[in-house]
Ligand binder design. Sequence first.
Ligand code: TRP
Length: 446
Amino acid sequence: MSNGVEREQWASKLGFVLAAAGSAVGLGNIWRFPYITGQNGGAAFVILYVILIFVIGYPVMMAEISMGRKAELNAVGTFKKLRGGPWVLVGWSGIAAGFIILSYYGVIGGWTFKYIFSSFTGLMEAGAAGEAGNFFGGFVSNTVQVVGLQALFMAVVISVVYKGIGEGIEKYCKILMPGLFILLLVLIVRSVTLPGAGEGLAFYMKPDFSKLTGETFLAALGQAFFSLSLGMGCMITYGSYLNKDSYIPGAAAQVCVLDTMVAILSGFVIFPAVFAFGLEPGAGAGLTFVTLPSVFSQMPGGAIWSGLFFLLLFVAALTSAISLLEVVCAYFIDEFKWTRHKATVVMGIIIFLVGIPSAYGLTGNLKVAGKDFLDAADFLASNVLLPLGGLFIALFVGWLWADEAKKEVTNQGDTPFGLTGIWIWICRIVAPVAIGYIFLSGIGVL
Ligand code: TRP
């Protein structure tokens, strides 16, 4: 209950699955996954990644969803209600992580607007002239424009969250997620039918087990965690709007499968196209915003393919950004009795303002500990706050809340889940050890 009003709920189980998959499927799936796969042994990495998603990601996701559904509250309120004491800090760290991630996610979301429109107004010409790198450099150093586009992206995010769970987030995700799948399929067909696509497919799909090392394991687990939106109470918050008789093990499995499918399929868009035109699969932002425009510029009808690709990226970023804003707003709505309208507008604007240094930092004039501001913010959230959050969530469910957790995932025994015992032991031992290891290596201790 908030503001004396009945807590909102997802109108359908499909609505929850699509909204949670919308959160999970983001920039991480479309540019980061294909790239790190290429660097880490292709198909061998994919096999390892899928195992980690199901052995560690899936159990932690079930832990988050069941806590949220039980408490019917935001991340902080959930810890307060289920146990209290220092555990509330885990909730706070989650809200902080949501705040930080959205601040720079909004900046990159703004880039997708620029690239959708530029596909038809100059980006292809720049790409054809080998100038895609300069185009990108020129764009990001124009802070006024970058901030303007960031504001526009945040305004779209605010307008969806403003409308609430069923009428806002669920309704938009039900349109956007199928749209994203269609765009992805269209782009795959284009990419794999290019002459010379086979080399890219070989690069992506040939398993090279000799490249699997300790570092690969780390890369795979870190990616799995970020990609599933775990460790900051996002799934606690989305779970808190879930109907009491939905089957949590089934819903969580669907979210994991959808997220993994989109990640793997994105590789089928990127590698065949990049190799068909004899380019190198470069890293991160460079691959997406420099290499791909060059690839599109060499295809017949390139502007259309480029426009569609950046639209795909925009949709993926939007549904993830929505979940990040919802985590923060749910906290202010539940704990301070703010109205949803006030929470979305006030917090949306504050997060936008906090993102401005990330936008300005792209000019190279603002560094924190030797990193661009945006990269520093990403490091703090992804390498510190998320793993710590995930670690404590797993420990909490495994050691302090196991009996309740078992009841919650089986709907008080009405819908049995055969792996309940294994799930609890993964939360107790396997997940904390694995996550602790990513955390210590992420901050350079191991
Ligand atoms: N999962 C998203 C991606 O792959 C990013 C994201 C959205 C996220 N919400 C999150 C990551 C919550 C961690 C926690 O890009």
